[in-house]
Write a protein that binds this ligand. Structure first.
Ligand code: IPE
Ligand code: IPE
Ligand code: MG
Length: 232
């Protein structure tokens, strides 16, 4: 159990497919159930006073899944943000994306960019979606960006420090996660925040993500169960 008050909690939302299979549903129906649960976990994060919640929604390795599943996962953010963006504005939630959004289908890239732009000035919880994210790719893109900075004369080679490197990661100015939760029973990192997790606590639960309740989230971060701000 994490002791203290975590500012930044990151979740590897795993087990959607198996959740669907267990119910004789499709993997995509598992992803839909996971997205519903994500709404509850964002709400729980606010109620728990978390400042940053990073949610691993699509890894750079997930492209190798069957195309119908990939297509579904590219559609989900469109449906999710079209439905939730007004509420996110009302609740002062700032959306960020960590990952390479350029190869995404237009509709997905556009809805993600819109969510980030609309909520940019919000000052409440930061919900950071790791989408088309990979930890190795993150470090490579940061290295490339640093080289570009040196080449343009903005910084010198001697300015390349751990702090500078960190600023150029997709997570930018966000603090490193105090805690990383993985649902679904596997105990591995799956190319998630490799650099950023250097000092994180890890919490593993067998619960499939669509079964991961707000009470389980509160327990994971060492808090009493909290009621929803919305529905009580
Ligand atoms: C995690 O659930 C969600 C994504 C990777 C998008 P999975 O789809 O990996 O579900 P399992 O692990 O196969 O059950
Ligand atoms: C990690 O889960 C990625 C996300 C939760 C988005 P995966 O199911 O893709 O990871 P592996 O394949 O089990 O390592
Ligand atoms: Mg999985």
């Amino acid at each position: 159990m994490y002791r203290g008050n975590p500012d930044h909690v990151a979740i590897i939302m795993d087990g959607n497919g198996r959740w669907g299979k267990k119910r004789r549903l499709s993997r995509s129906e598992g992803h839909y159930a996971g997205a519903k649960r994500m709404e509850e976990i964002i709400d729980a994060g606010i109620a728990c006073g978390i400042k940053v919640l990073t949610l691993y929604a699509f890894s750079s390795e997930n492209w190798s899944r069957p195309s119908n599943e990939v297509n579904y996962l590219m559609d989900l953010p469109v449906r999710f943000f079209n439905k939730k963006l007004p509420e996110f504005m009302k609740r002062n939630i700032q959306i960020r994306i960590s990952g390479n959004i350029s190869p995404l289908p237009d509709k997905t890239r556009e809805v993600l960019a819109k969510a980030v732009a609309r909520t940019e000035k919000n000052t409440g919880i930061i919900v950071n979606f790791a989408f088309n994210y990979g930890g190795r790719g993150d470090i490579v893109q940061a290295a490339r960006a640093l080289i570009e900075e040196v080449r343009n004369g903005n910084i010198s080679e001697d300015d390349i420090t751990e702090e500078k490197m960190q600023q150029f990661l997709y997570t930018g100015d966000l603090p490193s996660p105090n805690m990383i939760i993985r649902t679904g029973g596997e105990k591995r990192i799956s190319n998630f925040l490799l650099w950023q997790s250097a000092e994180s606590d890890f919490y593993f639960t067998d619960a499939y993500f669509p079964d991961f309740t707000r009470e389980m989230f509160a327990e994971a971060i060492g808090q009493q169960p909290v009621n929803s701000y919305l529905s009580g």
